[in-house]
Design a protein around this ligand. Structure first.
Ligand SMILES: [Zn+2]
Length: 330
């Protein structure tokens, strides 16, 4: 892939691409954006652009040895440092190793590139260790960092890196991308998926990889209807089904988040075109404040999934929390 066929994201391309031509790109950049926007893919394209042997039209050629090796994650000078620990992040020991390694000349390319992905979980001591290399970088060494948000990154680290944000893409652009990439799938399904994923390409691809997307959406709708009619047992049963595996649970929760967000809009703006049955049922059954609280429970549960909490505990937690949030007596 190159910058041209990376879907959407015109603003980051407009900011970043001229820097290559003007030789103004910093030795360290950070790509910020939610999960699923293609930060890792974009980092790879930047690495290719930096060491491609025949850059064409300010884009990596994708055909030279450097580009091909980067594409296949086997380039000796494009290094993905090892993650460790329960949070799967970069330890101080790893950063110290890199500080030594960075002074060794590259093997094949004219630069050495370190790609640190999702540094959100990186501890403060490790960030401080990283800061030392960022402050005095060895020659011809380049760092590409990615994170979901800058909120957990030390300001001193932020000040040493050029920041760029990736965005969701237009739903129409996503639809066109999906139609091209999955010509064998039904157009109607792809449109639905583009809508549910709200321009998040990673989520759309996950949905399509999910073994039985239709069944998952069916169970998720059952959750909503059971919740709206106060049928606690049906609710527990449907939650149990979507939480059989982590990935499906995440997709189901994303679907719920979208539906509840639309209900929220409908509850404050009657003109909103919420033609979905579930959206209408929610806004008829619950107050705006309740919908907000339910949105909060869904988001919290999503965060717990990311923290590897046991799935059956999480399933029980989710079912009982949404139910009590919806029907607790004040
Ligand atoms: Zn190339």
């Amino acid at each position: 892939m190159n910058f041209k066929n990376f879907v959407g994201n015109d603003s980051i391309k407009k900011q970043l691409l001229p820097l290559f031509l003007q030789n103004k790109i910093s030795h360290a950049i950070i790509l910020v954006g939610e999960k699923g926007l293609g930060k890792k893919t974009f980092a790879k394209i930047v690495a290719q652009r930096l060491i491609c042997s025949s850059v064409t039209d300010n884009n990596p050629c994708e055909n030279c040895l450097n580009c091909k090796k980067i594409e296949n994650n086997v380039h000796p000078d494009v290094i993905y440092p090892e993650k460790s620990g329960t949070l799967q992040s970069y330890s101080i020991a790893t950063i110290r190793k890199i500080r030594l390694d960075a002074y060794i000349a590259p093997n094949e390319a004219n630069k050495k590139i370190y790609i640190f992905s999702n540094i959100d979980n990186m501890g403060i001591p490790a960030q401080n260790a990283l800061l030392k290399i960022l402050e005095e970088p060895p020659k011809n060494v380049f760092f590409i960092l990615t994170c979901i948000s800058l909120s957990n990154i030390l300001p001193t680290v932020c000040s040493r890196v050029q920041q760029f944000s990736l965005d969701r893409v237009d739903i129409l652009d996503l639809q066109n991308y999906l139609l091209k990439r999955y010509p064998e799938k039904s157009e109607e399904n792809l449109k639905k998926i583009a809508e549910i994923s709200q321009g998040n390409i990673g989520l759309a691809n996950d949905l399509l990889a999910s073994a039985d997307f239709e069944a998952l959406i069916y169970e998720t709708k059952k959750i909503i209807l059971a919740l709206c009619s106060a049928k606690e047992f049906d609710l527990i049963e449907a939650v149990g089904k979507i939480s059989e595996n982590r990935k499906d649970f995440l997709i189901g929760l994303d679907f719920l988040l979208n539906i509840f967000r639309e209900s929220m809009i409908l509850s404050v703006n009657e003109d909103f075109d919420g033609d979905n049955v579930c959206v209408k049922r929610i806004s008829e059954t619950f107050s705006t404040k309740q919908i907000l609280n339910l949105l909060d429970v869904i988001s919290k549960t999503k965060n717990y999934i990311d923290k590897n909490v046991n799935m059956s505990i999480l399933s029980t937690y989710f079912a009982s929390s949404v139910f009590s949030e919806a029907y607790r007596k004040n």
